[in-house]
Design a protein around this ligand. Sequence first.
Ligand code: GLY
Ligand code: MN
Ligand code: MN
Length: 437
Amino acid sequence: MDLAYSAALPQEEFIERRRRVWAQMQPNSALLVFSEIEKRRNNDCEFPFRQDSYFWYLTGFHEPNAVLLLINTEQAKKAIMFLRPRDPLLETWHGRRLGVERAPQQLALDDAYSIDDFNAVLSEECNNLSVLYHAAGLHPWADELLAGSAIDFAEVLDWRPFVNEMRLIKSLNEIRLIQQAAQISALAHLKAMQETRPNRLEYEIESEILHEFNRHGARFAAYNSIVASGENACILHYTENDQVLKDGDLVLIDAGCEFALYAGDITRTFPVNGKFTQAQREVYALVLSAQKRAIELLVPGASIKKANDEVIRIKVQGLIELGILQGDVDELIEQKAYRRFYMHGLGHWLGLDVHDVGEYGEERGRTLEIGMVLTVEPGLYIPKDADIPTEYQGIGVRIEDNLLITEYGNKILTAAVPKEIDEIEYLMQKNQEFSKM
Ligand code: GLY
Ligand code: MN
Ligand code: MN
């Protein structure tokens, strides 16, 4: 696989997406999509550049300070790009630019202009148009640039509702890339299990994960990796990753790579020393049984809500059996008593963004369709509170896989990482034997 992002998808894919956008635009309208810009980290250093997902989706162009303009009139459908012009001095310091001259052919567009000419060209192109599609508030630099524009559209509409729907149903090409992201993320979790042992640091395991991403063609993580040992697992977005892994603790790892800008998103929880204690085993088995049941339920025609209702019932029943909750199952569900131990959703759409776009419907009740990709990630996080049996206090477990909804039900894209207790213990015991050889 070519590491140039644009080589990951055929140009026809971007052309087809723009065709579908044009088909949904009103007559005599224009549509603007803005790229991401460089983000300052400190002084004159920047964060690594990452393109805006919408802009990428419609252009396949990975530079900052660019704008796509789509014109839809009876006479013509035109795609125009504004971008940074070539500049030998700046390119020597800061890197190559595609430039105005090469853009139309390279990106299959009708025309290209310097970003410096944005307002002048916009006025000319949109003179008699009545509707502008613009995602206000998405990029401050976009709103500022438009504020300086001389034209006054009768109506400004947001293109996100229909582009989000397009992004929600993945094409075969996108599925191929998401599968690759899932597969590389799975390899990294396997590596993490192999590298984990008492007295290593959480961020050492993080670095093993990042290295594994890189080795397989994924330069970046799709989000900040969580390597949370012991009680840290009960902090949902723990990313300090600076603690020592302790013998006898569990470690929760939530990490996924970004491959050709598509995200993987996997969580596994396993013992630092390779062997679950009795209490860890009980909590883990409960989360695993809920997760497996949810996967059975996440099929075309069902909803995340339906699966989550079942997950909640399984967890409440299990927590009563463990003596962590007391009372009647239905009443505890009614009172939402489980929120103390399970305070996030069951899953989310996955794609160019780890929390991908697309409507969820009320209480995530939207019907699942073939081509959707989502996560399934139940967890239990037991606080260190006086009313909880001591042996369960501070245990945090989450198990997260990525699912593609198919005509047969679903396909687990991340099945390569073990999640059965026996499999995890066997794999980790093998490592310890090898590491002694
Ligand atoms: N890693 C973010 C999430 O699981 O939603
Ligand atoms: Mn995750
Ligand atoms: Mn997730």
